[in-house]
Every structure is written in C-alpha cells, then in structure tokens.
Design a protein around this ligand. Structure first.
Ligand code: FE
Length: 218
C-alpha cells in the first residue's frame, strides 16, 4: 500500500475545543467533514491519546474554529505541540465562549456540535455529531492540511521554538534576579555596567586577579 496516496484526500485544519469541567481544552484536528444534511451531521476523528477527546467523551460537546491561510503559526503550535493534560492552551489565546464552548476569535467560521454516535478504533475515535451552532467568521480562504504539510509546518515549528526559548530565557532571568556575580577567591562583588556574561574572556578580578571562571552567581 502507498499511504502517501491518502494525503491526496483534501481537508482543512481546525482548532478543536471542549470543556474539562470549567476549564476549556483543545487541540488541532484535520479529520473533519460534513456527512449529512438532515440532520446536519459532521464526522470528527480524534487520536486516542488526545486529552480533548477524553473531554468530548465525558460531556458530549465540542467546538471547531476553522483556520485561515493567514493564521498566526503560533496558534497551531500552541494547540498542536502540547497537551491539555498539563497546559492551559486557551490561556494565551484570544478567544470567546459561546454556549459554554471555546472558539478562537481569529476564525473564518465556528461550529458547535453535540455528539450523536461514537466509533472506537485502535488508533482513533470517530465522533458523528449534530451541528447546533454555525457562524461565519472573517472573509479569508481556509488553510488546508496540504498547506500545512507543504509549507506551513516549518513556520509553526520555528514559531514554537522561538516562543519556548523566550520563555526559558525569561525564567532564567527571573531566577537570577537580585543575584550578583561574586569572586569565590576574594569575595569581590561585580557591579559594573557591562553584564558579567558580556565581559571579555581575559577579564580578571580587580582585587585578586583571578579569571571569570572563579566567579559565581550568589
Ligand atoms: Fe577576587
């Protein structure tokens, strides 16, 4: 079998939302399509490892925010590269609650659904769900899964790493706040204008003459 052939089935990319009690959870999904007109039924497939899937099974409802071609790549990284089990993904997002379901403000359409049936597979769970709410968002073309695979994924990974590094840097700075570089030989406390890290390698302690490696943050 040539599994690549299945990539030629076109579909979009969506932020899936659900409620974990009072807390909104979410993930990125691509396997969504309308499968009936009367009643209005959508099919949604979720990975069985997904925490959002567990929450949909518990309360029987989910939301879909349809993403546009000009979506901020970080939104996909935020919902796709972390788990709602230990991260509040909606916290840093611009979102609205409608009928007790979360939606991204930046959407081209939003759809709220109630689960009718569930089919369990080894890897995935398929939900068949009735549309209870659907509203048009901004006027823009939908992002497709093909866009994601062909060029958008690189931007998403880049943005995810940028934000992660900035967070780590900020945490390191917070941890070192109020601390000083102190010479472990003579006790001299560095308080120069230049950050200690940026001093040249041949810089020495003005009191005892040892090099930078003898200093530590205290
Ligand atoms: Fe010294």
């Amino acid at each position: 079998m040539e599994l690549e052939a299945l990539y030629k089935l076109t579909h979009g990319l969506y932020v899936l939302g659900a409620m974990d009690g009072e807390r909104p959870v979410g993930s990125v999904v691509d396997a969504v399509m309308q499968v009936a007109n009367k009643p209005l039924v959508l099919a949604l497939s979720c990975n069985n490892q997904s925490y959002t899937k567990e929450c949909i099974e518990r309360n029987g409802k989910f939301s879909l925010s349809v993403l546009s071609k000009d979506i901020d790549p970080y939104i996909i990284a935020n919902f796709g590269f972390q788990t709602s089990r230990n991260v509040d993904k909606w916290q840093n997002m611009d979102y609205v609650m409608e009928d007790n379901l979360p939606y991204l403000k930046d959407n081209i359409a939003r759809v709220g659904c109630k689960v009718l049936q569930k089919v369990q597979y080894e890897s995935n769970t398929l939900f068949l769900a009735e549309v209870e709410n659907c509203v048009n968002g901004k006027d823009c073309e939908p992002l497709t899964y093909l866009d994601y695979r062909s060029y958008f994924k690189d931007e998403v990974i880049k943005k995810f790493n940028e934000v992660k590094q900035a967070k780590e840097k900020k945490m390191a700075e917070d941890k070192n706040e109020g601390k000083k570089w102190v010479c472990t030989v003579c006790g001299y406390v560095y308080d120069g204008e230049t950050p200690f890290e940026d001093l040249p390698e041949d810089w020495v302690c003005p009191l005892c003459g040892v090099d930078k490696s003898f200093f530590e943050l205290q």
